[in-house]
Design a protein. Sequence first.
Lengths: 313, 309
Amino acid sequence: MSKGHVHKPKNLLMIVMLSPYLALLFLFGVLPLIMAVINVPSKSPSNPNGGWHVFKIVLHDFRLVPAMWHVLGFMALFVPLMIFFVVAMSLMLDTDTAPWKKWVRLAYIVPACISGSVAVLLWYVLLEPTLSPFKGVMHFFGITQATQIWKTSNLTYILVFMAFLSLAGQWILIQFGSLQSISGEILEAARVDGCTQFQLATKIKLPLIRKYVIYMGVLVFAGGLQIFVEPQLLNSSVYHGIAQQWSFDQLSYSLAFDNGNFGEASALSLMLLVPSLIGALLVIFKTDMFEDVNFKSPKKLAKEAKKREAATA
Amino acid sequence: MSIDFEKKAPVTPEVPRKKKRKLSIGHYAVNGWLIFWAIFSVIPMLWLILAPSKTDRQVSYKNPLSFASFHGYVRAWKNLQDFNSGVLAHWVINSVTYNIAIVLIASVTASLAGFVISASRIRFKKAFLISTLIMMLVPPVALVIPLFIEMNKVNLIDNPLSVILISSLYPFGAFLSYIYYSNTIPPEIYESARLDGCTDFGLYTKIAFPLSHPLLALLAFFAFVGNWGNYFMPYIMLPSPEHYTLPVGLGALFFSTPAINPGNGATSVPILKPEIALAGILVAVPVMIVFLISQKRLIRGMLAGSIKE
């Protein structure tokens, strides 16, 4: 095909087809951030003259440090527990292909439908010694009163278990799926070389699914940092005052809707966005998770193609 | 990008296996633990499904995993229907209509975006992909306050359009579509169709769309699962009870009835634990059914672009 016959794509129609998504991406992905930045220096009760030092005011808010310790404590337990448990379970599931494991996998997905308000309802029941399906176990350990469990000092553990049980099952299946992408020949060669199941799991499979584990780690970390629904519902509906401004997002919500201080709320939201953005950029550029995605511009691609052609000529 | 669960490493057929492999204690321990965790995983859902069969008193004193009667479900349903002049029906209708709108808008816009990026040579492909990946990896909760400020500026607070439009931004769907079209339709097909006089829109309607049914099912699945149980966004954007979705309505039942907190005082219609559990079933069971039917899709989608055939 000669150069003169190459049909130049009419990009205008393509851009029209892309525009609904682009409009949504701009309106609800980019614009809110711009509005939050604009809103930060606005006048508020704590910042009567307005200005950017609102970030400093937020950092000095007496509720920020307790919220930070709560969330850090939550993350310190939740993230490693999730990663260790999910990886261990998916490796255990992958030891053989027994047909009954299909049903086990189905069972693991069930808690994934229990999130938000339903999770709060179920955890209230599970941890209430008079209602719980596990009340026999609880009575065995001397837990007969709800007050022995539902107290602020236990909240970190309660929230870790709530989040862990809601998410672990689906991640086990996802990591199990990633294990299926490992070449059969590699596994067979390792077996022929005398690898035990444990060695196969830790020395062959685990390094090969590393990028999926990092991907999970980043999503779990970013999600955990933004914990809101569970402590908010527990605090407002189940045990009043048990989790007052417990997490960063609750504090941000309280600044906006209880104090009417949208400047401080925006500043806190923007600060919280930074770790999530760093995590996202790390996954995109520092892991090979999205290695198939072609980030190169058409110009660069054309240049590379020309270079290849010249080299082969 | 698809994964077949049942296909495993080909075992060398030449080696005859006369003896059945002897299973070690470790193997039994691992299998025992896997089964234990499976049972533990379904117990909470089992409680939720069985609780409305009992009366409130039976919920506290009967075996938590026992079944009482079908009449219990009917009674709990009637009480829920009568609560606040039938507001539950509004919540169900809201949840269904918002989700239909979200699934439709999100799937169509994401599918078109993925197609354009894979089939065209537009200039801002790199910026598009990076911003889409960033949006995909940043938790939606992070943007809720900025989104509230934006919606407030355009007077869309307490208007279902706010939740529908915000939730229709579907970066994960756009990325999934891009991977799908890139892997299933070679660029040469588009080129030859263009030479035959096909317009860009024709490329989508005549080539890409007829091949998109598995993709559209995947997009609809993830859009539904991600939005049906969503609490935070509708909770912030839609303060009026008549605009609540089912998850927000369930939260409202917690703090407006004595079901969980007896300190709230009695309501005109008895809304107690069986009624609350039935409302919980309405939120959790549709997602569970979709999950159980399509668990393979969930995994394929979550690992889109990173697992090869």
